[in-house]
Write a protein that binds this ligand. Sequence first.
Ligand SMILES: C[S@@+](CC[C@H](N)C(=O)[O-])C[C@H]1O[C@@H](n2cnc3c(N)ncnc32)[C@H](O)[C@@H]1O
Length: 241
Amino acid sequence: MKQDNLFSIASNDIADFSFDANVADVFPDMLRRSIPGYDNIISLLGILSHDYAKNKTRVYDLGCSLGAATLSIHRHTSDLSLRHICVDNSKPMIKRCRSKLQRHMPAASVELICDDIQNIKIENASVVVLNFTLQFLPQTMRLQLLKTIYHGLNKGGALILSEKLIFSDQATHQQFIDWHHQFKRANGYSDLEISQKRLALENVMIPDTLEQHRKRLAKAGFSQTWQWFQAFNFSSLIALK
Ligand SMILES: C[S@@+](CC[C@H](N)C(=O)[O-])C[C@H]1O[C@@H](n2cnc3c(N)ncnc32)[C@H](O)[C@@H]1O
């Protein structure tokens, strides 16, 4: 696995973060060292999906990056009647995702789409995954996407939504940020890397509170939402139709 040191050199002009070829190249390492619980979420969402992914339906991985969630779902369902639809608007991510999925799940039915997830028609879906993707959409567009997902899910289907969280109480918010930064330091990132990456993400990734997520999911129509995972300020929810 190639090591992420993209933010290790001091710069006076930090550009907005983008999912370009340099990021795609080091992405597995970046995710593991930056998101507490990432590997657990990936493997556990496969187990969750096993209960919801139904024969001859579609499983959508929106903002799939390198296809980690799709691979986990395939590993835990091994249902070849499922159609996996993987969507990402980053060409380098889709390119790498394609070769990874061809290598690891060659017999599965997979469609890779390089497009904005807001342009995707969702139909006959039993599982939809938004694993750390919704936070990159403008906040005003999030409800519409959740409504589209809700309408495209079959009854009994599930949305798995993982996100970085913020907290409305300032002291709590700061405490969780401190723990996250300690996690990154423990994984070998320097203070310079942490602060430059933070600057790069500032205008690009806008997290919500857990309460905002719950309200938005209910507004989109989901009848039940469980928070099934949290590690520091990173969490995953499952919302049921
Ligand atoms: C943090 S990564 C997701 C990680 C991935 N889901 C996983 O589990 O490993 C966010 C991904 O969403 C993609 N993305 C962000 N906004 C998007 C949009 N509007 N349409 C499609 N893809 C988007 C990015 O290109 C990036 O690959």
